[in-house]
Design a protein around this ligand. Structure first.
Ligand code: ATP
Ligand code: MG
Length: 277
């Protein structure tokens, strides 16, 4: 994916080259963005290695989606420098399927390979949607529609997968299934991943690294070292969670409240057990 990020001297291309086999897949330096004189990104630096999964947390309005859109090439008014893989794909909270096209046609859209339909069929099977090829998007559940969106992203073999709160609109049980699916897909396809999420637990369960965006910069960027099995019962999990919540400015009692609400609402605190990556 070639992203045009403007520099202070004008529109500067982001070179479509890779950073070489030993360089990061994503290389971002000093990226800034302001809207109507208000600076939202104030010099973001970020590296993501090939195959690495980074989760990005931040308060609402902190600029997470702005950064993701810049890396996706959807916002060319930022300044700074970024090199991203040539092939990228984005999944948003809303699956954004074309309502007038059947599921398979949504996945195929824009694919130029000769065997595009076969590839799309395989991608749908991979996300558990075999048999839904001819379904209309309106007949899919929220989770199924989001799986179709994942299939549409993965069939492009992206070097960078950008996810903006992809599970935010799903119920808790569906979200758990989607976590497991996403983890498996990322293990198989090994894209660099940037997942924007509000959910601290989701970030810890899925990511190799978690970053926090505060006042326009990454105020924390920490590897997740939780071994092979990630459960909320792990004291390391709780410690990292507390650090991240503190960085997000959530007080201890508020954090407890979030915990209680999550467990009351869905039992997630008890049943989600995830193998580490
Ligand atoms: N096109 C735009 N024009 C004006 N302001 C914008 C635009 N896009 C984003 N902003 C502002 O930039 C700030 C960051 O927005 P952004 O959507 O990146 O936040 P976010 O961290 O993704 O928030 P959330 O967690 O609520 O999704 C917000 O104050 C928003 O109003
Ligand atoms: Mg956002």
């Amino acid at each position: 994916m070639t992203t045009a990020v403007a520099t202070s001297t004008g529109t500067a291309a982001v070179t479509p080259r890779s950073n070489g086999p030993s360089g990061p897949a994503v290389w971002v330096r000093g990226v800034r963005r302001e809207f109507a004189g208000r600076q939202v990104l104030a010099g973001v630096d970020l590296d993501i290695a090939a195959g690495e999964f980074v989760a990005l947390l931040g308060r609402s309005g902190s600029g997470k989606s702005t950064l993701l859109r810049i890396l996706a090439g959807l916002d060319t008014d930022a300044t700074g420098k970024a090199i991203v893989p040539e092939r990228g794909a984005v999944v948003f909270q809303d699956p954004r399927l074309l309502p007038w096209a059947r599921v398979l046609d949504n996945v195929v859209l824009g694919l130029r390979a000769r065997d595009a339909r076969a590839q799309a069929t395989a991608a749908l099977a991979e996300v558990g949607l075999a048999g839904k090829e001819r379904a209309w998007p309106a007949t899919l559940s929220g989770g199924e529609a989001q799986r179709a969106a994942l299939a549409r992203a993965l069939v492009r073999s992206p070097g960078l997968l950008l996810l903006d709160e992809p599970f935010g609109a799903l119920d808790a049980l569906t979200r758990i299934r989607m976590h497991s699916l996403l983890r498996d897909l990322c293990r198989r396809h090994r894209p660099a991943v940037l997942l924007v999420t509000h959910d601290v637990d989701e970030a810890i369960l899925l990511a190799d690294r978690v970053a926090v965006l505060t006042d326009g910069r990454l105020s924390l960027d920490e590897p997740v070292r939780l071994g092979d099995v990630r459960t909320r019962a792990n004291p390391e999990f709780a410690a990292l969670r507390a650090r991240l919540l503190a960085e997000l400015g959530v007080a201890d009692d508020e954090a407890e409240q979030v915990d209680t609400e999550q467990q009351d609402g869905s039992g997630r605190g008890d049943i989600e057990r995830v193998e580490g990556r």
